[in-house]
Design a protein around this ligand. Sequence first.
Ligand SMILES: [Zn+2]
Length: 150
Amino acid sequence: MYPLLGFVLGSSCLLYIGSPYGFGLGSNWLLYIGVPLIIGIWAQIRVSSVFGRWSKVRANGNITGAECAREILQAAQIRDVDVVETNDFLGDHYDPTKKQLHLSSSVYNTPSVASLGIAAHETGHAIQHAKAYAPLKADAAIHHYRRLVL
Ligand SMILES: [Zn+2]
């Protein structure tokens, strides 16, 4: 559940920073906290269900997420990024500071359509980083914060 917790804490922090009187939100607090919370819960459920469905479908290429990521990195001539396994469920992300591509165990080890989709997506961030694509930072902050959108 911690992606959700992060989302709630994040929205609260933004609110606090944005308001000179702290949490003086009047009766609008429901709008500022409740709506992002509900969208966060909805997105989380949606991601889990889509992942669940496509993780049962084997990809034609019959390669795992890790193999897929390494092949894309090689094709993009990126040789300094490590693909590592993480235990965190749906904790897949690219870490630009360590140049590590973290893939959750189910993505790392499974040759499913869902695994390849996530692995390819995360590898895209490594490519963006290698090419110094500026919106990467915004993406890491917002979109992986965490997994609102696949
Ligand atoms: Zn992403």
